[in-house]
Design a protein around this ligand. Structure first.
Ligand SMILES: Nc1nc2c(c(=O)[nH]1)N[C@H]1C(S)=C(S)[C@@H](COP(=O)(O)OP(=O)(O)OC[C@H]3O[C@@H](n4cnc5c(=O)[nH]c(N)nc54)[C@H](O)[C@@H]3O)O[C@H]1N2
Ligand SMILES: Nc1nc2c(c(=O)[nH]1)N[C@H]1C(S)=C(S)[C@@H](COP(=O)(O)OP(=O)(O)OC[C@H]3O[C@@H](n4cnc5c(=O)[nH]c(N)nc54)[C@H](O)[C@@H]3O)O[C@H]1N2
Ligand code: SF4
Ligand SMILES: [Mo]
Length: 905
């Protein structure tokens, strides 16, 4: 067995991974103890990586108009059709839409082809939906898209402010580092600012559950408060910044008393003042912000309001201090570096950077092309799809993203794509919501096959390595793009034999005529040979002759990347969400992520243990709001907005503010009927960054009529799947290892059930009726082997189904069901094993029921639970949940000891 170093392909933490390779397969992964992002840790998604690989479900052959073709035909067709669109409708009728999940080398080549050679500026990326606002604010204020901080700053800080970030679920390894830092330094305080109480609050010394969208008001208030209390760093401001007076004037346009700010943000004034006091009195403050700030129609200003406070207090460019925008995707940063956003040109040069167009033209040697580089920025993502809708853009090449899911107003995006004469999709997986819209499908290699670099949130470049052979005819993205370029006549500029050559060119461009004015400079890596590239150790840019070992922190000397070297404070005038609430849509919609899934689930749904933490699409709502709507926990409901509908199961949550609902972004039409968050949001964008407002929709919640609910487990049966998709009013598919579990509901129960049972592969062999409850269970056997299992009744009754998966595994091996097992099959449990309930610890597969039982038996700490059940002892992602279970049980026990409590209706 060999062990190889690579980097996790999920979140922007960018953890180093040691992969165990045996006989051409990856059999296990562990954290790389030498990697400076994670020092050996992995979260639950990272540690399940090897379970998501394999040829099954992959795209393995190119397709043109639905017909499988060889690569040569596919590439020539792409080139010919792109050429046709350009000659008939002009270069600007061609566009590309990329992703922060491409490697830097893929990204560089795509950007070079579109902007340099196809002459179209319309090349944007899904990073537009992710950190475009943070980028715009850094550039406006610091003069460059340069994240000043590094991960160590979280450990060296005295105060860490997490704003609009659910770090515990979305950057779990950083959350763990923060947990350890807090143990080592008991003075380190953590503040969480989020309308929702999330697992991240586990580490919070102070929680501000503010009104959605009111962050700019909060930070403006903080700036004014600091000024009034003499807490600004006048010397720093004088020497290194401009714009304080204008920023303060704007902040003072609203009333600056604690009470007024607290009222506008809907938080407790005492808590607010505590936060202001903590922030103002500490120098070593890191404010880490993410989508609760960026995904807003005023996201750039919200970032700026945070930057203003850091500049105002001189809390930047120091160990343990700075405004830290954390990136989401593994290579969001790499995309920004190569210039993948439509307003960028290349290597941190924009169209309007002095001399940039000429410089890049000379570097790429495109002088002879007519026209050569575009003259100005192209359409940003939302506008790009609107241009497709209008028929202006007639050819679109999409790589490594699912815009029909992730863009707001998803049905409108679908309609635009359906109209677009040429849609090319490069993708690894065979079944995504996007592929039905593609005229040409190009099978790409995936993580573990691809070879190149990614840059994480702290500017650290790491190698992802090609360790396994690609399935079928899947090819690397850079190769596909270069081959198309060659067929368009640009072969000389795209004659790459290895990603290392692309990286070297990218590194050269970063240093090309760069006399220190572009912070992104990795010219010291331009001379890496193949061996050096292969062995490249993680390193933080800038990497220059002056700083050959990289740079941990930026702006330490107080010189910023603006023309005069001074950072800008800028006036911020807080604006609320664009989408107003009204009688038809009275609830504020919030959307976001869950712990064990990655975006549209194309990869994470392949690991059954990642499917069980949150198995179904859900709707989180405050218990009081649910009661007012006549809805109960676990009931099915509908969320409706002006643009669409979402169906899911209610979770009553005390962490949810009244008047607000939260839905996850992961479920697509592949996995559920109408559970796509993107359908609920209108496409309102920030005027500067173009980032859509994905956190502040307007919706209503109503019950979903479900006269009958059922759970079906069946091994990959297409007829059943078809019937379910057509006839059930609610369905969701939960892949197990050896079968699919379907949760189903029909408004007209009898008819729906009848259609389902007709489509089952074999008739029922076992049957068990419970007239008292109206529930029944049945199973179908063929030659004694289990084919399907059905339970009709509300799923609150549903046991954990791991044991049932084992029976399907046996059936797949041709083993028939022992007779004593048949009875237990319908009893809904196996071998007398207790039902494990919903999964809490994914690593060790420990369910809630077992944990609650252990707590009742006296395990009153995370450590005790870990010792008994092993839960929480591997990746640690479930520790916040374990703690809240311990707390809940404690509260429960205490309330039971108080018989005098009287329930008042
Ligand atoms: N498990 C998992 N991890 C991931 C991902 C994943 O899909 N799954 N995706 C990765 C990607 S690409 C990204 S961009 C990151 C995103 O990471 P995060 O930004 O942490 O993710 P979200 O869950 O989208 O939103 C964060 C929080 O913003 C809060 N919020 C909503 N409105 C407001 C507001 O008005 N003000 C404030 N202060 N907060 C608000 C939400 O309640 C939510 O808890 O995660 C990365 N990590
Ligand atoms: N409502 C709402 N919408 C949101 C958000 C939100 O919080 N709320 N968050 C937004 C954010 S921050 C983000 S980042 C986006 C993410 O949204 P998307 O980018 O649309 O989601 P993914 O599922 O990550 O899509 C990546 C696709 O690329 C494929 N893929 C993986 N690796 C490769 C590769 O190497 N090559 C190729 N060619 N394909 C590959 C995967 O199989 C998958 O289909 O969603 C955005 N949309
Ligand atoms: S925190 Fe988890 S998902 Fe993010 S890079 Fe590390 S292992 Fe991967
Ligand atoms: Mo993202």
């Amino acid at each position: 067995m060999d062990q190889a170093r690579t980097t996790c392909p999920y979140c922007g933490v960018g953890c180093g991974v040691l992969a165990d390779i045996d006989d051409g397969r990856m059999v296990g992964v562990e954290g790389d103890a030498t990697h400076p992002a994670n020092f050996g840790r992995l979260c639950v998604k990272g540690s399940a990586l090897h379970e998501t690989l394999g040829e099954q479900g992959r795209l393995t052959r190119p397709r043109v108009d639905g017909v499988e073709v060889d690569w040569s035909t596919a590439l020539s067709t792409v080139a010919r059709r792109l050429g046709d669109v350009r000659s008939d409708h002009g270069d600007q009728a061609v566009a590309g839409y990329l992703s922060g999940q491409l490697l830097t080398e893929d990204y560089y080549v795509a950007n070079k082809l579109f902007k340099g050679f196809l002459g179209t500026p319309h090349l944007d990326t899904n990073s537009r939906l992710c950190m475009a606002s943070a980028v715009a604010a850094y550039k406006r204020s610091l003069g460059a898209d340069a994240v000043p901080c590094c991960y160590e700053d979280l450990e060296e800080a005295e105060l860490v402010v997490l704003v609009g970030s659910n770090l515990a679920w979305n950057h779990p390894v950083l959350f763990q580092r923060l947990r350890v830092a807090k143990t080592r330094n008991p003075l380190l305080r953590v503040v969480v600012i989020d309308p929702r109480v999330t697992d991240t609050c586990e580490l919070a010394d102070l929680y501000l559950g503010l009104k959605p969208g009111s962050d700019a008001r909060l930070f403006n208030g903080l700036l004014a408060w600091m000024a009034e209390r003499g807490k600004l760093d006048r010397v720093y401001l004088e020497r290194h910044t401009r714009g304080l007076d204008e920023a303060l004037d704007a902040a003072r346009e609203d009333e600056t008393s604690i009470e007024a700010i607290a009222t506008d943000c809907d938080i407790d004034p005492e808590r607010l003042e505590t936060f202001f006091y903590w922030f103002a009195s500490q120098l070593h403050v890191v404010t880490l912000y993410s989508q609760g700030i960026n995904q807003s129609s005023s996201g750039t200003d919200k970032c700026q309001a945070i930057l203003n406070c850091h500049l105002g207090g001189g809390k930047i460019g120091l160990p343990g201090a700075g405004p830290f925008s954390i990136t989401g995707q593994p290579n969001a940063m790499g995309g920004r570096e190569v210039g993948g956003l439509a307003n960028q040109l290349a290597a941190h040069m924009d169209y309007d950077s002095p001399g940039a167009i000429d410089r890049v033209t000379r570097f790429w040697r495109t002088e002879h092309l007519v026209p050569t580089l575009p003259e100005g920025p192209g359409h940003k993502a939302v506008a790009l799809f609107e241009a497709i809708e209008r028929g202006e853009i007639r050819a679109l090449w999409i790589m490594a993203t699912n815009p029909v899911v992730s863009l707001p107003d998803a049905d409108r995006v679908r309609a635009a794509l359906a109209k677009c004469p040429l849609v090319i999709v490069s993708e690894c997986m065979a079944d995504t919501d996007l592929l039905p819209y593609a005229d040409i499908v190009l099978p790409a290699t995936s993580w573990s096959e691809k070879d190149g670099t990614v840059t994480n949130s702290e500017r650290r470049i790491s190698r992802q390595r090609g360790l396994l052979p690609p399935p079928g005819e899947a090819r690397h993205d850079w190769w596909i793009i270069s081959e198309v370029a060659r067929r368009l006549g640009y072969g000389e500029a795209f004659a790459y034999a290895h990603p290392g050559e692309i990286f070297a060119e990218h590194a050269r461009l970063s240093g090309f005529e760069n006399a220190g004015e572009r912070v992104f400079d990795i010219s010291a890596l331009a001379a890496l040979d193949r061996q050096g590239y292969d062995a490249l150790a993680p390193i933080q840019w800038p990497v220059t002759a002056a700083a050959p070992r990289g740079t941990a922190r930026l702006f330490e000397d107080g010189r910023f990347a603006t023309a005069d070297g001074r950072a800008r404070l800028l006036p911020v005038r807080p604006r609320g969400p664009v989408q107003a609430l009204d009688a038809a849509h009275p609830l504020r919609l919030n959307t976001g992520r869950v712990r064990d899934q990655w975006h549209t689930m194309t990869r994470t749904a392949r690991s059954p243990r990642l499917m069980n933490h949150r198995a179904e699409p859900f709707i989180e709502i405050a218990p009081e709001d649910a009661r007012a709507l006549g809805l109960g926990d676990q009931q099915l409901a509908r969320v409706t907005s002006a643009t669409g509908e979402y169906r899911g199961r209610l979770r009553l949550s005390r962490g949810q503010r009244r008047g607000e609902v939260f839905v996850p972004i992961h479920w697509t039409d592949r996995f559920s009927a109408r559970a796509l968050a993107g359908r609920l949001l209108a496409a309102h964008v920030d005027p500067l960054s173009g980032q859509p407002e994905a956190k502040h929709g307007a919706v209503a919640v109503t019950p979903l009529a479900a006269a009958c609910e059922a759970t079906l487990v069946v091994a990959g049966d297409l007829a059943v799947a078809g019937t379910v998709r057509e006839s059930a009013d609610y369905w969701t598919r939960i892949p197990l290892a050896h079968a699919d579990r379907w949760q189903l509901a029909w408004d007209e129960g009898e008819a729906g059930l009848a259609r389902l049972t007709e489509s089952l592969p074999v008739p029922a062999s076992l049957w068990c009726d419970d007239p008292a409850t109206g529930r029944w269970r049945a199973a179908g056997l063929e030659d004694g082997r289990l084919r399907w299992w059905l339970m009709v009744g509300p799923p609150a009754e549903l046991p954990g189904l791991a044991w049932l998966d084992v029976r399907f595994a046996e059936a797949a091996e041709g083993r028939s069901l022992a007779s004593e097992r048949r009875r237990r099959l319908l009893a809904g449990c196996d071998d007398g094993a207790a039902d494990s309930g919903p999964l809490v610890c994914s690593c060790h597969q420990v369910g809630q029921a077992a944990i609650v039982a252990a707590i009742r038996a006296g395990d009153a700490s995370v450590e005790a639970l870990g010792a008994r059940l092993a839960c929480g002892t591997q990746c640690g992602s479930c520790i916040p949940e374990l703690k809240s279970l311990i707390e809940e049980e404690g509260a429960h026990a205490r309330s039971e000891q108080k018989p005098e409590t009287v329930q008042v209706a």
